[in-house]
Design a protein around this ligand. Structure first.
Ligand SMILES: Nc1ncnc2c1ncn2[C@@H]1O[C@H](COP(=O)(O)OP(=O)(O)OP(=O)(O)O)[C@@H](O)[C@H]1O
Ligand SMILES: [Mg+2]
Length: 456
């Protein structure tokens, strides 16, 4: 199975199983060692206490008495002289073979021979019976290893049961935990698949505040961003198609008329000049669309450099002067001589040209248009104010959108496609600035560009 919950549970289980095994084995061996040591020490203690009695009375009566005492106990004793000849023993039998001990000098505290646990029938301790500095005999104590093995066996059985139960509980816990963890991931995966398949109405409805909740919120944002983009693209395409339709209809219509027989030279020229004008409009529209699309690309950059605003605005005003004079609109400007702004001059020239063209188009003859630049609160403010028809308040936010025109028919006469302010806004924003428009009293509009005085 390839599912993430299975992989996660499997990995967790193997990991915990290894840790549990190490812990169980360590605990098991330390418990078993402790229990065996306890048994051996008890045996040694018992041997030593017999030895203590025998040191005081090393006579036949006491020796036999000690041996007799052990016949009733689980343990056995053999008492020997210093040459390991048996003086008394609690059970008859082959137990004597254990009397052979390599070690010569046995300390008074005695020694334990517990390492025979698996190979021999008994574990054994030796306690020397001392008389002054000399050894006069030995007390050998024996405990059958079968009793210790039974003890070890019962500990082992308990450990195996506990280990099995822990393993089962761990497996269940890990499975439930991994399901809990992976369920939202699977939901997110399904949702992204839906987005890929073009479904827009996604709602994850995850009320989590952790990373998965954040991921869900990001996916929802991504989806709504995609929707917006899709809508923008559709609007843009239908806008372009709509703007193309009118000039193409004009061009086709006037081309048909121009081709009619018997048309006089004057009329033909008039129709051809309309075709030329519409073709120019088309070319301008295509240029604008191309420029705007280019500016929307993340790779688009502008090259800013310090620009002396007085010189820059004077030049822009100069360029528009003739067209303004033709419409008898006065064009003035003001900018302090020491004011600089960081601009891409070529692009920003397009901003001022578009605003001046609009002011001229939408203003009546014998009115005034003024361009000003000044510094205020750390920003550079450039304004273009006219005494034209003005823009209704509710449409002031909309005119910066592509293809948006207030009066479609009137704009048509001027050849406007509604792209000018969209391009202006894009360029200003690429400079880190903003553009707004406000009304003027008694009539007219004022476009206000705010640019940061210093580059960030
Ligand atoms: N100074 C102004 N006074 C009144 N209305 C304006 C002014 N400037 C712009 N507008 C309105 O805003 C609309 C959008 O302007 P924009 O410059 O984007 O498009 P356009 O001038 O119609 O066409 P284009 O600039 O692409 O040739 C215009 O159609 C016009 O209705
Ligand atoms: Mg315009």
């Amino acid at each position: 199975m390839k599912s993430i919950s299975f992989k996660l549970a499997g990995a967790f289980f193997i990991f915990t199983l290894i840790i549990e095994s190490v812990l169980f084995v360590t605990l098991y061996s330390s418990i078993v060692d402790t229990r065996i040591n306890e048994e051996v020490q008890a045996l040694q203690k018992r041997g030593n206490s017999h030895r203590d009695v025998l040191e005081k009375h090393f006579d036949q009566r006491t020796i036999e008495h000690v041996a007799l005492m052990e016949t009733e106990a689980e343990t056995n004793v053999i008492i020997t002289d210093k040459n390991r000849r048996v003086l008394a023993q609690s059970v008859p039998g082959d137990i004597k073979e254990h009397l052979h001990v390599e070690q010569k000098n046995i300390p008074r505290a005695g020694i334990a021979l517990s390492n025979h646990l698996n190979t021999s029938k008994y574990i054994c301790t030796i306690s020397p019976i001392m008389k002054g500095e000399k050894t006069s005999g030995y007390v050998f104590m024996f405990l059958e290893t079968s009793s210790i093995q039974a003890l070890v066996q019962s500990i082992t059985e308990r450990f195996i049961i506990s280990f099995g139960l822990t393993g089962i509980f761990t497996l269940i816990a890990i499975f439930l935990f991994s399901r809990f963890l992976t369920k939202p991931i699977i939901k997110l995966k399904k949702t992204t698949e839906n987005i890929i398949n073009g479904r827009n109405d996604i709602s994850l409805d995850m009320k989590r505040t952790d990373e998965l909740g954040e991921l869900a919120a990001s996916i929802e944002n991504l989806s709504s961003g995609l929707n917006r983009l899709q809508k923008e693209r559709n609007d843009f395409l239908s806008g372009v198609a709509h703007e193309l339709r009118t000039p193409i209809t004009y061009i086709k219509g006037y081309a048909d008329i121009s081709m009619r027989n018997g048309l006089d030279e004057k009329s033909r020229n008039k129709y051809l000049s309309i075709i030329k004008e519409e073709t120019d409009n088309l070319a301008r529209l295509v240029d604008d669309v191309f420029l705007l699309t280019k500016m929307k690309q993340p790779s688009f950059t502008i090259r800013k450099e310090p620009v002396h605003l007085h010189t820059f605005i004077a030049k822009e005003v100069q360029k528009s002067q003739i067209a303004y004079s033709e419409k008898r609109i006065s064009l003035s400007f003001y900018a302090p001589k020491d004011l600089y702004a960081s601009l891409d001059e070529k692009r920003f020239s397009q901003v001022i040209t578009n605003l001046l063209n609009n002011a001229r188009h939408y203003a009546e003859p014998d009115t005034k248009v003024a361009v000003t630049a000044l510094k205020s609160k750390g920003n550079i403010i450039i304004t273009v104010a006219d005494e034209g028809c003005g823009i209704p308040e509710e449409e002031r936010g909309l005119i910066f959108e592509r293809f948006y025109r207030i009066d479609k028919s009137r704009s048509r006469q001027t050849g406007g496609t509604g792209m000018g302010l969209a391009i202006v806004k894009e360029i200003v924003e690429h400079h880190g600035g903003t553009i707004t428009v406000k009304g003027r009293y008694p009539k007219g509009s004022e476009f206000v560009i705010t640019l940061p005085a210093k580059d960030k």
